[in-house]
Ligand binder design. Structure first.
Ligand code: ARG
Ligand code: ZN
Length: 853
């Protein structure tokens, strides 16, 4: 199969090979004559030689462009054109470059460059999409001001920056801030604005708009509030003010990712900006708020200060994810946000770090950069910032950030630049800390404790398993937050930060009366796997008494996991000690209902599979599923009265509001409902379904009915009610797959792919169907191999249209080496079948090759 891979081999690009651009761009002016099948793009670019570069070869990126004409300083030239761009002889010194090219947005199903979605023109240029619009040095270290003229009959025509002149059939935009091409955007369509305004801290008025298709006007208000909150928060917390007269957001139905921070013109997957009580769940509202904040925060961390090259992606993404998580913590519950982030990190990033796709937060090579918009770059990248802040302290963090913003405004930077401001602000040597950017893999932190006459000693050792291309790992700096709880449940040592730098290191606490229980890795102070021999009595003790919400939750999770593991490996019954401790916690009315809802959730099937593999077992996905079901039955049987009481006590009266407090009550009530439904034949769920006036309640009830196989009527009614709402119908698709019995998961996805509303060109719909298959381990890994075959069939089909989404979804297979030989053989065969396809994209071929390696 190596030969097949070689057919699609593309050049590998290395961080170490970075060289500065030969020419810089003064300014760019673009004219778009929009037409679905033949858009003309005219460019006028003023180049000058880069004194820090060499002028040996003038090269412009360009892909899938039809070159109509090219001129230098007004005189026609004939460049050498290849699939990847063009080269041309150019004068010494500065010159003006002009081209006219033709592109076909209506034929662009890759959703990269200029494409069409429901009759609307839009763009996605990050990372390397601008080269599908015109010939250009499409690299982030070339920054220029842009003037854009759009010509079409469409009523709304938008681009970056501030609006300029306009007339019948044309509009001009000017962006005064130099930017790399990946931040370019254009939108044109029959759109309606939800307008508002914001006055910045220095008193400048900014016009705000969320642009949507007619019919979606009623879903903008929440996003607009989130935007204004974000603008205010960035002023208050980071001192960052907005810098244009206008800020536009556009909702697009067909979009590969969540959203994009184009300067002054953010483009959003409609699922990440539109929200209404009737159509969106509490989770959707929280996500919309976070993504709006994320994209807005990029205006400083990403746009004003951008990346020198794509290896530095975490410079903007890790920092911006960290900033949006701070924002959410401030807007909602900080402990709940932290625990949710840990759950997501373990589910996505630890999984990635443990498999064939593991890579450093700052990768050192890639074939297709789109394959590196990963949980490692984003979420682990954010954890690294969090550790840095913890190590230097809040004040120094603020000082270093201020220095970063003043020193590097308008520049394209590296991780070295970022760390340098911290070195200067604190005098610290961050040499070892930098390993967090270069070493892949999740450190295993082992803790052993000794007690000797009033002194408790914590003996830590760290080890990071080998990852692809990195066999030997050096010790990393680990900030370990620790507290101690005395036998009476009182905290005898408040949180203190231990700084571990060696492979093995011990820390002592003396002068203690009686032996306390150590609460370790408080707030999840470092993204590591803590391995600790702790008995269930100590876990139950921490679950009852820990003052740190993360550690308290973690103690409960450890109990649940231990109990489930014993059910899986030893056929043990559900552990009554766990059920008892959980009952006590759930009944504690002093605890945030959202925290209690999180405590009620069991470790995921994937998490259990990984832990089984780590402890020398071969996970059987069906058995994991069966035992989780058995545990949930045991929970329902153990605490029926408490569950009924929780359900009744947390009904939220009155009008729906998406705020944290009512959402928390709903989360707890619906967690209780899911267990109650196992015993009441779906009675409560049916009532809730019938009475629901918001999507959170409706969907929770539908899920309960699906999980007990009694949803046929409700599913039909749900479809009839919502068939004209694409985002709600996405939920209808994914729930059916997610709640199918494991031997029906693949068949359900296959049946839905034949539904008239299935549209493989729409990434949201494709993900709703096949993402749900991949996220259902027992169904996806069913012994028949049907899940593997079906997903491979559809990935092959999708790759011809949309390589980016295909490549991303191929990660469904990344855990394959955990499983038994039969499953491995079946998966390998499917991966090889995909890889052997003629014309397979560079994106998918890189991913499959790495997964197989
Ligand atoms: N910068 C965007 C964000 O983090 C992600 C866009 C990436 N898109 C892509 N096709 N790789 O919000
Ligand atoms: Zn981002």
């Amino acid at each position: 199969m190596k030969d097949a891979a070689a057919d699609h081999s593309a050049e590998t690009i290395f961080l170490a090979d970075y060289t500065p651009p030969g020419w810089l761009v003064e300014d760019v002016s673009l004219t778009f004559r929009l037409a679905p099948d033949a858009t003309r793009v005219l460019s006028r670019i003023r180049f000058r030689p880069n004194p820090d570069g060499t002028q040996d070869r003038f090269f412009l990126h360009g892909e899938k462009l039809t070159l109509i004409s090219a001129r230098i300083d007004g005189a026609p030239v004939t460049p050498d054109v290849t699939d990847e761009g063009l080269t041309c002889a150019v004068p010494d010194g500065a010159f003006t470059w002009e081209t006219e090219v033709e592109i076909a947005p209506a034929q662009n199903f890759a959703l990269e460059g200029l494409y069409m979605s429901n009759g609307m023109y839009c763009t996605q240029c990050e990372a390397e999409g601008f080269r599908k619009i015109t010939y250009y040095p499409d690299r982030p270290d070339v920054m220029a001001t842009f003037t854009v003229r759009i010509e079409s009959d469409l009523p709304v025509m938008l681009s970056n920056g501030n609006p300029g002149a306009s007339g019948p059939g044309w509009t001009e935009w000017h962006d005064p801030w130099p930017k790399p091409a990946y931040l370019f955007a254009l939108v044109a369509g029959d759109l309606i604005a939800h307008p508002d305004s914001f006055t910045t801290q220095s008193g400048k008025d900014v016009a705000l708009n969320i642009w949507v298709r007619p019919g979606d006007e009623g879903k903008c208000a929440f996003g607009m509030e989130a935007l204004k909150k974000s603008m205010k928060w960035d002023e208050e917390v980071y001192g960052r003010e907005y810098d244009l007269d206008i800020f536009n957001i556009v909702a697009v139905d067909d979009f590969n990712m969540g959203a994009m921070e184009n300067k002054g013109l953010n483009v959003f997957n409609s699922s990440c900006v539109l929200a209404s009580p009737e159509t969106s769940t509490d989770g959707n509202f929280e996500r919309v708020e976070a993504i709006i904040a994320h994209e807005y925060f990029h205006n400083w961390t990403g746009n004003r200060i951008t990346c020198r090259d794509w290896f530095q992606l975490c410079l903007k993404e890790g920092l911006t994810v960290f900033r949006d998580s701070q924002f959410t913590s401030d807007m909602r519950s900080a402990p709940v946000k932290r625990i949710s982030d840990v759950i997501a990190l373990r589910a996505r990033q630890f999984r990635e770090d443990n498999g064939p796709l593991a890579h450093p937060v700052r990768p050192e090579s890639f074939r297709e950069i789109n394959n590196f918009y990963t949980a490692t770059v984003y979420e682990k990248g954010a954890e690294v910032i969090g550790m840095l802040k913890r190590l230097v302290g809040d004040e120094a963090y603020e000082k270093a950030c201020d220095l970063y913003f003043t020193r590097h405004d308008g520049q394209a930077c590296t991780i070295e630049d970022w760390l340098q401001v911290f070195t200067e602000a604190t005098g610290r040597d961050l040499g070892q800390f930098k390993r967090w950017y270069s070493q892949a893999g999740t450190p295993r932190l082992t803790l052993r404790e000794t007690w000797d006459e009033g002194t408790l000693t914590l003996h830590f050792s760290q080890r990071t398993p080998p990852t692809p291309g990195q066999t030997d790992k050096q010790p990393q700096v680990l900030p370990i937050a620790v507290g101690l709880i005395g036998p009476d449940g009182e905290e005898v040592q408040e949180t203190t930060l231990l700084e571990m730098t060696e492979t093995e290191q011990s820390f002592s606490f003396s002068g203690l009366g009686a032996r306390p229980v150590a609460s370790v890795l408080r707030g999840f102070s470092a993204p590591v796997i803590l391995q600790r021999d702790q008995d269930n009595a100590d876990r139950a003790f921490l679950l009852a008494h820990d003052t740190d919400p993360y550690c308290r939750w973690e103690a409960g999770r450890a109990l649940a996991k231990q109990a489930l593991m014993r059910m899986i490996t030893d056929d043990a019954p559900a552990d009554p000690a766990y059920l008892g401790a959980l009952t006590t916690l759930l009944g504690d009315e002093t605890l945030d209902p959202a925290f209690r809802a999180l405590a009620m959730a069991l470790p995921s099937e994937d998490d259990l599979a990984q832990s089984l593999a780590d402890t020398g077992h071969v996970p059987d996905p069906q058995r994991i599923w069966d035992k989780r079901e058995a545990m949930r039955d045991a929970m329902a049987d153990f605490m029926p009265d408490l569950l009924a009481q929780l359900f009744d006590a947390h009904q939220v009266p009155g009008r729906y509001a998406p705020e944290a407090a009512p959402a928390a009550a709903r989360a707890l009530a619906n967690s209780a409902l899911a267990l109650l439904s196992r015993r009441d034949g779906g009675e409560r769920a049916r009532v809730q379904y019938a009475e629901a006036d918001n999507m959170t309640q409706q969907l929770a009830a539908l899920s309960c009915l699906l999980s007990i196989g009694m949803a046929d009527d409700a599913l039909g009614a749900f479809y009839d009610q919502w068939q004209s709402d694409r985002l709600v119908i996405d939920k209808w698709f994914s729930l059916q797959v997610a709640f199918a019995a494991p031997d029906q998961t693949a068949a359900t996805a296959a049946r839905l792919a034949g539904h008239p509303d299935f549209d493989m060109k729409n990434p949201n719909r494709f993900r709703a169907t096949f993402g749900a298959l991949a996220a259902s381990p027992a169904g996806f890994h069913h012994a028949s191999g049907a899940g593997y075959r079906l997903l491979a069939d559809w990935l092959i089909r999708l790759d011809a249209l949309n390589p980016q989404t295909t490549a991303r979804m191929s990660t469904a297979f990344e855990t394959w080496k955990r499983f038994d030989a039969d499953r491995q053989d079946m998966i390998r065969a499917e991966l090889e079948r995909i890889l052997s396809r003629d014309g397979l994209s560079r994106d998918t071929s890189e991913m499959i090759t790495r997964i197989l390696a």
